[in-house]
Write a protein that binds this ligand. Structure first.
Ligand SMILES: C[S@@+](CC[C@H](N)C(=O)[O-])C[C@H]1O[C@@H](n2cnc3c(N)ncnc32)[C@H](O)[C@@H]1O
Length: 281
């Protein structure tokens, strides 16, 4: 039987049990198989798939039915204005994290600011900042080898020369380097959080998601280590869970940061906290 774009789009109902966005998932998978935009799918609903295209679609559809994230099936995800390769080695970049990029771009930083992205994963934050601010010098680190390789692949695909990607346990491999901005979306989910057993998150590594101490341990480590790596007047900017804002503000204030404040995402939830470091006289 010949399958057309329209007939395959009608299969979205079958995905409703594993996805909140079944129609969009099918559109993305079909677009990936046909190497066409979503506009093409709406314009040519009667286009028939070749046998090979149909076989590939079927295989991806079956994997999606088993819960695998669409981004793992297509191998890429849009973040900011960038198309990034993704893999099971690290987090699939989330739209929420664009709040961190937006906030960073509004900070009063030097024209050729030195920036470090801790736990870079796909490189999402570092690459978006480097792309927006070509004069910034961005260092990006991750503890996981495969994430470092992935981020560097993305860097090369985007042709960005102002990003240096390295392996490091937070600041450990950075000696006494100092920055104008330390930015991070670290793991911050508590290991008992039931969301870890649901949806796409089940296919992402715990190393990217889970932190000790009710999810606060990595945030606390970064807050404590950041001052010796910040220039006078430099900023620390962290993503966190929407219920962690007060704890993060208290940790930053206790560590000696000034102008500590929390920013909200589009849904009005507290998702990013920043503070400024001033060297004591
Ligand atoms: C929540 S993911 C964020 C990935 C990416 N920055 C983003 O926003 O999409 C956290 C990242 O931190 C990395 N990570 C975890 N522990 C780390 C450590 N001790 N030092 C450096 N990176 C670490 C993980 O491998 C993962 O890539």
């Amino acid at each position: 039987m010949v399958e057309t774009i329209a007939s395959l789009l009608r299969r979205s109902a079958a995905l409703a049990s594993v996805s909140d966005t079944p129609r969009l998932d099918i559109e993305v998978l079909l677009g990936h198989v046909l190497q066409k935009s979503r506009t093409y799918l709406f314009t040519w609903p009667e286009h028939a798939l070749s046998e090979d295209e149909y076989r590939l679609f079927e295989a991806l559809f079956e994997r999606r039915l088993r819960g695998e994230p669409v981004a793992h099936l297509t191998g890429s995800r849009e973040f900011w204005s960038l198309s990034l390769s993704v893999s099971p080695a690290t987090l699939i970049p989330r739209p929420d994290t664009e709040l961190l990029v937006e906030t960073a771009l509004q900070l009063p930083l030097p024209e050729s600011a030195k920036v470090i992205d801790l736990g870079t994963g796909t490189g999402a934050i570092a690459l978006a900042l480097a792309c927006e601010q070509p004069a910034w010098q961005v260092v990006a680190v991750d503890a996981v080898d495969a994430a470092v390789i992935l981020a560097d692949t993305n860097r090369r695909q985007l042709g960005l020369l102002n990003v240096d990607i390295r392996q490091s346990d937070w600041f450990a491999a950075l000696g006494d380097l100092r920055f104008d901005l330390v930015i991070s979306n670290p793991p911050y989910i508590d290991s008992s959080d039931p969301h870890l057993q649901q949806g796409d998150v089940r296919f992402e590594p715990k190393s990217a998601l889970v932190a000790e101490g009710r999810g606060l341990a990595d945030l606390e480590t970064i807050i404590q280590q950041a001052p010796v790596h910040l220039n006078n007047g430099g900023w620390l900017l962290l993503e966190h869970g929407w219920q962690q804002a007060q704890a993060v503000r208290e940790l930053m204030q206790a560590a000696g940061f000034d102008r500590v404040e929390t920013r909200q995402d589009l849904g009005g939830r507290d998702r990013a906290t920043l503070g400024q470091w001033t060297d004591s006289a």
